[in-house]
Design a protein around this ligand. Structure first.
Ligand SMILES: *[C@@H]1O[C@H](CO)[C@@H](O)[C@H](O)[C@H]1NC(C)=O
Ligand SMILES: *[C@@H]1O[C@H](CO)[C@@H](O)[C@H](O)[C@H]1NC(C)=O
Ligand SMILES: *[C@@H]1O[C@H](CO)[C@@H](O)[C@H](O)[C@H]1NC(C)=O
Ligand SMILES: *[C@@H]1O[C@H](CO)[C@@H](O)[C@H](O)[C@H]1NC(C)=O
Ligand SMILES: *[C@@H]1O[C@H](CO)[C@@H](O)[C@H](O)[C@H]1NC(C)=O
Ligand SMILES: *[C@@H]1O[C@H](CO)[C@@H](O)[C@H](O)[C@H]1NC(C)=O
Ligand SMILES: *[C@@H]1O[C@H](CO)[C@@H](O)[C@H](O)[C@H]1NC(C)=O
Ligand SMILES: *[C@@H]1O[C@H](CO)[C@@H](O)[C@H](O)[C@H]1NC(C)=O
Ligand SMILES: *[C@@H]1O[C@H](CO)[C@@H](O)[C@H](O)[C@H]1NC(C)=O
Ligand SMILES: *[C@@H]1O[C@H](CO)[C@@H](O)[C@H](O)[C@H]1NC(C)=O
Ligand SMILES: *[C@@H]1O[C@H](CO)[C@@H](O)[C@H](O)[C@H]1NC(C)=O
Length: 277
């Protein structure tokens, strides 16, 4: 293999003053192996690699690849654009605890196992655009405590359970066949109440039902009945106290909830969790 890794050392000016060099310089080792016809992630790359571009190959990210990837634990950026990934398996990136950017756009991913992103606690940008994702289990995002950007553009997603991504700043959702039946109201609520920006809001449109086509998922008007149908995120194991139901848009569903669970809930908390979930 032609090694095309480039080593770049950064010595920020002020650090030259400090004596302990080993702690103060940052090394970037960039390896660019785009369009090499690789079927597997090469195992003989410099172990110090921090930026690895393997785009435009035929890598499947099978178990052979993931065990090789574990060696490159200094990686901060990994690009696998236009490869042959179909399934993202559990622990695919298990040892990559330094990874900040992961780009797997333009593959054929249709299954993401629940533990696929385990270990990626520092990941800030996740690009899954132009794949064949139909459904996303919100639990897959749980390990991504630092995620700021999520790109799901150009998939087959019609419904999206609100993910628990508290630091998310930007989400890209256009090019999916959004089903703007009541079930997407939760997502709208989240888009409105969290600090996340929906990129290309105007072209992030409903595909269904026909009468709501060309409405943005962020502004599509939902009928009152949708609000009362909001699936309740409150479960029996949450210990919430309820004193009185008053003045709430969710009055009827809350009422129902209290009746059904027999629990005594606090209006504020209940409303809050409905809004935020
Ligand atoms: C790798 O090389 C390709 C083609 O020269 C370039 O487009 C791409 O940006 C490079 N990747 C990185 C991470 O610099
Ligand atoms: C992973 O994929 C490569 C290339 O398609 C193949 O050679 C290798 O045998 C596969 N490994 C496993 C464990 O299936
Ligand atoms: C996983 O990363 C650790 C450092 O965090 C490293 O010591 C270990 O060798 C890596 N595992 C493999 C299989 O390379
Ligand atoms: C993947 O990991 C999750 C837990 O994170 C586990 O529940 C699931 O069974 C695993 N799936 C496979 C196919 O190993
Ligand atoms: C949209 O969602 C509703 C309610 O979940 C369902 O009845 C309907 O079949 C879905 N439509 C499409 C095209 O998926
Ligand atoms: C949004 O950001 C503001 C200011 O940074 C913060 O006070 C607020 O708690 C954030 N809201 C949510 C829902 O994260
Ligand atoms: C989105 O659409 C609205 C109304 O059609 C328009 O006022 C606004 O400028 C558009 N925003 C962008 C970013 O195109
Ligand atoms: C979200 O905000 C839009 C305006 O930006 C509004 O039309 C819509 O009704 C709001 N939805 C919810 C559920 O608050
Ligand atoms: C009930 O809600 C209305 C409209 O949102 C508000 O004007 C009124 O003050 C509220 N009453 C109580 C008791 O909270
Ligand atoms: C909420 O429901 C209770 C019991 O059904 C009812 O008495 C009350 O008037 C309702 N409040 C609003 C604001 O709809
Ligand atoms: C209340 O609960 C019953 C059964 O538990 C259900 O059939 C009904 O649709 C619910 N009503 C609302 C407004 O959620």
């Amino acid at each position: 293999m032609k090694a095309t890794c480039i080593l770049i050392l950064f010595w920020p000016l002020f650090m030259l003053i400090l004596s302990d060099e080993s702690q103060t310089f940052k090394t970037e080792v960039k390896c660019n192996f785009t369009k090499q016809n690789y079927y597997l992630i090469p195992a003989d790359i410099n172990k110090e690699v921090t930026v690895l571009d393997l785009s435009y190959n035929q890598i499947t990210l099978n178990i052979t690849d993931t065990s090789i990837l574990q060696m490159y634990y200094l990686l901060t950026e990994l690009y696998l654009i236009e490869n042959s990934v179909i399934i993202l398996c559990n622990n695919s990136f298990g040892n990559l605890s330094n990874l900040r950017i992961l780009n797997i756009c333009r593959n054929s991913i249709h299954i993401i196992q629940q533990g696929a992103f385990t270990g990626l606690t520092k990941l800030q940008q996740l690009y899954l655009c132009q794949n064949k994702i139909l459904q996303l289990n919100p639990d897959i995002f749980v390990p991504l405590k630092s995620l700021k950007l999520l790109n799901l553009q150009g998939n087959l997603i019609s419904y999206f359970d609100v993910p628990q991504l508290f630091h998310l700043e930007l989400i890209i959702l256009h090019g999916n066949p959004w089903n703007c039946s009541c079930s997407l109201l939760n997502l709208q609520n989240w888009l409105n109440t969290s600090n996340v920006t929906l990129e290309n809001e105007n072209i992030t449109m409903c595909s269904y039902p026909d009468i709501l086509k060309y409405y943005s998922i962020k502004t599509v008007p939902y009928k009152a009945e949708c609000y009362s149908k909001l699936p309740s995120p409150i479960t029996e194991d949450l210990q919430i106290n309820f004193q009185s139901i008053s003045n709430s848009t969710f009055n009827s569903s809350l009422n129902n909830l209290t009746r059904n669970s027999g629990n005594v809930l606090d209006t504020n908390i209940a409303e809050d969790s409905i809004l935020k979930n």
